[in-house]
Design a protein around this ligand. Structure first.
Ligand code: HEC
Length: 125
């Protein structure tokens, strides 16, 4: 009985720990947590970013976006917005693979700001 109670307590603790929300991600200056959350959804859906950068953003044909290595800028929030707007023309691409403007998606300029905030947060945990 004692052990049964013990495991019940242990189980309850486990459930408690598991339901504590994940630590909020860092948010760049000029953006909000709501934008980062929206950007997360855009990255994996309408923005098509996942198709080239991977579901975990750790890189496929496009580079890893979760580390602090930036090929095309210093990775500041304004630079990331500009980068996503413009994409990476073939002649500027290090790998020779271009990135179309907005990833070739039809997301709005506000969506670009949100997805750039999400990308920024990935490398600022
Ligand atoms: C068609 C494939 C493709 C899609 C879709 C795509 N990218 Fe890219 N992305 C690339 C490639 C390729 C590069 C640059 C590779 C190089 O220079 O070698 C790149 C570069 C970047 C960079 C600059 C990385 C650095 O190190 O400086 C950012 C930021 C970025 N992409 C964000 C996004 C976001 C956000 C989306 C979605 C809106 C997106 N990409 C969609 C292929 C893609």
């Amino acid at each position: 009985m004692k052990t049964l109670l013990g495991s019940a307590v242990a189980f309850a603790t486990l459930v408690l720990v598991a339901t504590v929300p994940a630590k909020a991600q860092a948010v760049p200056e000029g953006a909000t947590q709501a934008m980062v959350d929206k950007g997360n959804e855009i990255f994996h859906k309408s923005g098509l970013c996942y198709a080239c950068h991977g579901q975990d953003a750790k890189g496929l044909v496009g580079p890893n976006l979760t580390d602090d290595v930036w090929i095309h800028s210093k990775g500041t929030y304004p630079e990331l917005i500009a980068q996503v707007m413009k994409g990476v023309p073939k002649e500027e691409s290090k790998s020779g693979v271009p990135m179309p403007a907005k990833g070739g998606s039809t997301i709005t300029d506000d969506d670009v700001k949100a997805v750039a905030a999400y990308v920024w947060s990935l490398s600022h945990k």
